[in-house]
Design a protein around this ligand. Structure first.
Ligand code: ADP
Ligand code: MG
Length: 235
């Protein structure tokens, strides 16, 4: 069943058109990946879904309803949450205070401080630390926890691996199974193509605001991806 879809979405920043007729689909229970070079429009699409930069043309449909021009907080209430690029924690607040920001007006659901700590057991130990004292990987876990505490049906993740060591990225990605077990569907923006492929059932590649490849992650080859990613038409 389609849970979320983009239909011919054009997003603009002033006069600059950032995406061109993007069609995209997320089924219930699915994890899909959105890949593409810097500036391809990945974050822009997540922002359009979340209502942070509304699409000028086209539609964002969620659970059968048009949410294209709904306010961000109302979209969150309906069950979409974002882990933003750069994590954006409140650095002067503790881990627990940051997490509770997500829970302040949460929907009912399985995610509580306890279930987030079960997902990231190490977080229990540093729950009273200031966010500024954390490593990048720990901050990323808190940003994910904060989004989960809104009890979303769809989790949008923007470049979770940015600036993190491979071992830490592995630990972060290991939490996905636990998140999906609780019925959360995921859209993953990722520049690490290998990681994106292994963590998703389908993937989309964007190039300069256009979808250049869509397919099952297990069947698209690195060669297909390379062409779609760089726009290189040589065979
Ligand atoms: N706030 C903004 N104002 C103006 N242009 C922007 C803004 N954010 C992004 N852009 C432009 O939109 C395009 C897509 O950016 P973005 O979605 O951030 O790409 P990605 O996340 O794939 O790196 C780029 O050309 C970028 O320069
Ligand atoms: Mg981005």
């Amino acid at each position: 069943m389609t849970l979320l879809s983009l239909e011919k979405v054009d997003v603009f920043y002033g006069d600059l058109q950032a995406t061109f007729g993007v069609d995209l689909r997320l089924d219930a229970g699915e994890a899909i990946a959105l890949i593409g070079a810097n500036g391809a429009g990945k974050s822009t699409l997540l922002r359009a879904i979340m209502g942070m930069t509304a699409a000028r043309r086209g539609a964002v449909m969620f659970d059968g309803q048009d949410i294209t021009r709904l306010r961000c907080d109302l979209i969150a209430r309906r069950g979409i949450a974002i882990v933003p690029e750069g994590r954006r924690l409140f650095s002067s607040l503790s881990v627990e205070e940051n997490l509770l920001m997500g829970g302040a007006r949460a929907r009912p659901g399985p995610w509580t401080l306890d279930t987030v700590f079960d997902l990231f057991p190490a977080m229990r130990e540093f729950r009273h630390h200031n966010a500024a004292e954390l490593s990048g990987g720990q901050q990323q876990m808190v940003a994910i926890g904060r989004a989960l505490l809104t009890n979303p049906r769809v989790l949008l993740c923007d470049e979770l691996s940015l600036g993190l060591a491979p071992k830490v990225v592995g630990e972060i990605y290991a939490c996905f199974a636990g998140i999906r077990d609780k019925g959360v569907s995921i859209i993953l923006v990722e520049q690490d193509v290998v990681r994106a492929r292994s963590a998703s059932s389908r993937l989309y590649c964007l190039l300069k605001g256009r979808v250049t490849l869509e397919g099952a992650s297990s069947s698209v080859t690195l060669d297909d991806i390379s062409h779609a990613y760089f726009g290189d038409r040589r065979s």
